[in-house]
Design a protein around this ligand. Structure first.
Ligand SMILES: [Zn+2]
Length: 132
């Protein structure tokens, strides 16, 4: 097991789930005992200080981290940011799986529709802004 192979979102200013930069001054705020993180890829979530420290030490494969990030992204599309404590994150870790291609295609069509301003509108997809 490689120790601390994932970044700490506060100390390293990278999202532990997806590795996107989350600048502490711009993308993190305190909500009581929670830190709200606004990740450009994962969305906005609130996480306990304990889990900020514990999460980088989880020994997951890249595919497992991708599955967790995928399921987290679905949770952050709701109005209220999810509260990520140990129970929620362990459940996510134990149940997350990568989507099948048909689900990816469905998600893409829904997302493209949400980005469209009118029927027939075009959309430029840029990896640094639109990666999943
Ligand atoms: Zn992220």
């Amino acid at each position: 097991m490689v120790e601390n192979k994932r970044p700490n979102m506060v100390a390293d200013q990278k999202c532990t789930f997806c590795l996107s930069p989350v600048d502490r001054a711009e993308s993190q705020a305190r909500y009581g005992d929670l830190v709200e993180v606004r990740c450009p890829c994962s969305g906005t979530y609130r996480i306990t200080g304990t889990m900020i420290a514990v999460l980088p030490h989880w020994d997951l494969s890249d595919a497992q981290w991708a599955a967790v990030a995928y399921d987290l992204r679905k949770m952050t599309s709701r109005a209220e940011p999810p509260r990520l404590d140990r129970d929620v994150l362990e459940a996510l870790r134990d149940t997350a799986r990568l989507p099948y291609p048909n689900q990816i295609l469905d998600d893409f069509i829904v997302w493209a529709g949400s980005q469209s301003r009118w029927p027939g509108d075009t959309l430029e997809i840029m990896p640094e802004r639109h990666r999943t």
